[in-house]
Write a protein that binds this ligand. Sequence first.
Ligand SMILES: Cc1cc2nc3c(=O)[nH]c(=O)nc-3n(C[C@H](O)[C@H](O)[C@H](O)COP(=O)(O)OP(=O)(O)OC[C@H]3O[C@@H](n4cnc5c(N)ncnc54)[C@H](O)[C@@H]3O)c2cc1C
Length: 387
Amino acid sequence: MDGGGNEAHREIRDEIQKLCLRFPGEYWRKLDRGRLYPTEFVAALSEAGWLSALIPEEFGGSGLPLSAAAVILEEIQRNGCNGAAAHAQMYIMGTLLRHGSDEQKRAYLPRIASGELRLQAFGVTEPESGTDTTSIKTFARRDGDHFIVTGQKVWTSRAEHSDLMLLLTRTTPRDQAAKRTDGLSVFLVDMTVSLGHGMSIKPIRTMMNHSTTEVFFDELKVPVQNLIGEEGKGFRYILSGMNAERILIGAECIGDAKWFIDRAIAYAKERIVFGRPIGQNQGVQFPIAKAYADLRAAELMVASAAQLFDSAKDCGAEANMAKLLAADAAWEAANVCVQTHGGFGFAEDFDIERKFRETRLYQVAPISTNLILAYLAEHVLGLPRSY
Ligand SMILES: Cc1cc2nc3c(=O)[nH]c(=O)nc-3n(C[C@H](O)[C@H](O)[C@H](O)COP(=O)(O)OP(=O)(O)OC[C@H]3O[C@@H](n4cnc5c(N)ncnc54)[C@H](O)[C@@H]3O)c2cc1C
């Protein structure tokens, strides 16, 4: 498929493609069957410096703009690999970079950039407060030089493969905070010393291979110096990273959509039924053409959001729309790809059913489609808040 108008950062695309060739379908299929973590793939990305793309050069990263990071993740997906194993490092790090103290940045960022420390776990969602983040119950109580954390997170992905966790807790109960968004704090938790000492992890088996878990906190001691920014302001810090997260996930969805459409086109050309390629039938080619048009539109929105982000302009609406449209485009392309392949769309060896399961997530996480629509209705269109 012609990459269309947005094939910026050609050299990054070529390098990522080369790296991904070392991790073909069989590699991912084997991991998928055993629900295993792609350790070698993540190590290869770290060694090549791709996961530290957004870390400033002074801290050992390459200081690239978000639009370049988006291309890295897009290209990983486009080449049939799965960036979900490591993507969080790119956007979680922003909270530390923007709101951490100089001491924290110097202590952690160079080691994250070198791959020595993995910052892959992001503990926000809880069993009783999904989308309603300000209702979280995990509590950090100050006790001298420490905070004592008690509570539970759910869907904390990659927790078993991370050294650090960015953790959101309440430090003031919601009913005692001036506003519901006040009284939340963010910690950088050293998981290597916490496991077995107040922190435990239980894997959740899901329909795709995503290394997600439940994390339990039972009087976990976190040193005061691991508090990021000011106590009680954590919700704002997390929100400030969400635009980057949405743009990067949107870019991954664009990569998925391209992969599915490429596969659908190739098969539609080669599969002969009734003596002609199935792609000669409009009933087969039109859905692929429609998925392509929708992909291209979503791609423009992702690029526009990334450009606004890189120029430090307000991009809340565009980042949300980028994630919404790209997740929808990837899902539509996934469906079309399965349909084009007929029975073979369901065969493990074609990788389509695996990518189909993987891409479905993005209409739900990290933010569900409904909540994006609610954001647009309220904040862009000025309609009454619905929740
Ligand atoms: C595989 C996976 C990995 C994840 N990884 C992480 C992670 O690393 N860290 C982390 O913190 N979280 C993670 N999550 C959690 C994810 O962010 C949440 O699942 C997501 O935000 C939705 O929250 P929920 O599941 O609690 O759904 P709920 O909030 O319970 O919502 C359920 C449904 O109701 C809809 N809904 C709820 N309220 C409204 C409303 N007011 N108007 C309209 N519709 C509404 C939602 O759109 C959704 O479709 C992950 C989830 C999954 C499945």
